[in-house]
Design a protein around this ligand. Structure first.
Ligand SMILES: CC(C)(COP(=O)(O)OP(=O)(O)OC[C@H]1O[C@@H](n2cnc3c(N)ncnc32)[C@H](O)[C@@H]1OP(=O)(O)O)[C@@H](O)C(=O)NCCC(=O)NCCS
Length: 166
C-alpha cells in the first residue's frame, strides 16, 4: 500500500465528501448527530456548499478515501473567531494507524489561518475519539446530559471540547 496523504477537498469535489459521509453514517451512526436517513436526504448541493465554505480534509491511499474531518467557522459575526470541527471519521480498516491524528493535525493547521478557537462535540462514551481529541490538545468545557435520543429510545450524553489556537 502507498503512503496515506491528507489533502483539502477542492470546489467540485462534493461527491467525495458525500460518499465518505454516507459511509460514516452507515457504519457509525451512533457517534454522529445526523442519521443515515437524514444524510441520504441531503441534496448533492449541500455537500458541494460545505466543500466550498468549510475546510474539509480527506485521507487517501491508493486512490481510496480512508477518512475525513471538517471545520466550519460559525456564521454569526460575533462568533466568527470560533470554528466547529465535525465529521471526524476513519474507515475501520484504517484505524489505529495515526490517520485520525494526521487528519486532525491538518485541520488544525488550516484552522489557525481562519479562527482563534476550535470547538467540537463528542458522545461522552466514545473513548477513542475523546482520547484523540485530548492528545490533540482539546479540553473539556461542558457536559450535556441526554444530548441525543437515538431511534431505539436510548439517550447519550455529549462532551463539549475546545482548543485555543491564538
Ligand atoms: C475516532 C477515530 C476517528 C480515530 O481514528 P484513528 O485513525 O483510529 O486514530 P489514530 O490512530 O490517529 O489515533 C489517534 C489517537 O486516538 C486515540 N486512540 C486511537 N485508537 C484508540 C484505541 N483503540 N483506544 C484508545 N484510544 C485510541 C489515541 O489517543 C491516539 O493517539 P496516540 O496514538 O498518540 O495514542 C476512529 O476511531 C473513528 O472513525 N471512529 C468512528 C467515528 C467516530 O467516533 N468519530 C468521532 C465522532 S466525534
Amino acid at each position: 500500500m502507498t503512503a496515506t496523504t491528507i489533502r483539502r477537498l477542492q470546489p467540485g469535489e462534493g461527491p467525495i465528501f458525500q460518499a465518505i459521509r454516507l459511509t460514516a453514517m452507515g457504519l457509525d451512526e451512533a457517534t454522529f448527530v445526523s442519521t443515515l436517513a437524514e444524510e441520504q436526504a441531503k441534496p448533492a448541493s449541500w455537500f458541494e456548499d460545505r466543500v466550498a465554505a468549510d475546510g474539509i480534509f480527506v485521507a487517501e491511499a491508493d486512490g481510496q478515501v480512508l477518512g475525513m474531518v471538517a471545520i466550519g467557522p460559525k456564521a454569526a459575526a460575533k462568533e466568527r473567531h470560533k470554528g466547529m470541527i465535525y465529521s471526524m471519521f476513519v474507515l475501520p480498516e484504517g484505524r489505529g494507524k495515526g490517520i485520525g491524528g494526521s487528519l486532525m493535525a491538518a485541520c488544525l493547521d488550516y484552522a489557525r489561518e481562519v479562527v482563534e478557537i476550535v470547538q467540537l462535540v463528542v458522545v461522552s462514551t466514545n473513548t477513542v475519539a475523546v482520547s484523540l481529541y485530548e492528545s490533540a490538545g482539546f479540553e473539556r468545557y461542558a457536559f450535556e446530559p441526554r444530548a441525543l435520543r437515538h431511534a431505539d429510545g436510548r439517550y447519550t450524553d455529549d462532551l463539549h471540547m475546545w482548543k485555543r489556537l491564538k
